[in-house]
Design a binder for this molecule. Structure first.
Ligand code: 9YT
Length: 128
């Protein structure tokens, strides 16, 4: 067993920053859990286009409010505290953060550490 604290992981190599979000990766591929676990903050007023072609992702909203759009169907959903979404079909989607959003995210396969979105919205499938 081990314990990690969000406050201690911030501003270390586990903390990855992008234009519209930052992500503290509390568990990575190297932890050998079979998934990675991140606390992601999406900045208020931003829009992020994503398409995890190589990963499944599940996201739980801890705080904030957003709209998520499924690009295949055009369907839109409200994301608020207590909402979970699962990208079980590698769904292309857009997340519009109406307020700052804090999300708990799980990726399978686990990300290895420094991934940010490629131009198509995916993360590369890297081996650790
Ligand atoms: C909600 C979402 O997918 N945001 C993009 C960042 C990603 N969750 C990550 O790498 O933590």
């Amino acid at each position: 067993m081990f314990v990690r604290k969000l406050s201690e992981a911030r501003d270390t190599a586990r903390h990855v920053k992008s234009d519209t979000w930052d992500s503290v990766r509390l568990l990575l591929a190297g932890d050998n859990m079979g998934f990675s676990f991140h606390i992601t903050t999406l900045y208020a007023g931003t829009e992020t286009h994503m398409w995890y072609k190589h990963h499944f992702e599940s996201v739980y909203c801890i705080s904030g409010r957003a709209e998520i759009e499924d690009k295949a169907t055009g369907k839109k959903y409200v994301i608020e505290p207590g909402s979970m979404y699962a990208l079980n079909e590698h769904d292309r989607h857009t997340l519009r953060a109406e307020e700052e959003l804090v999300m708990a995210c799980v990726f399978n396969p686990p990300v290895t550490g420094r991934e940010v979105h490629q131009p198509d919205g995916s993360y590369a499938l890297e081996q650790s």
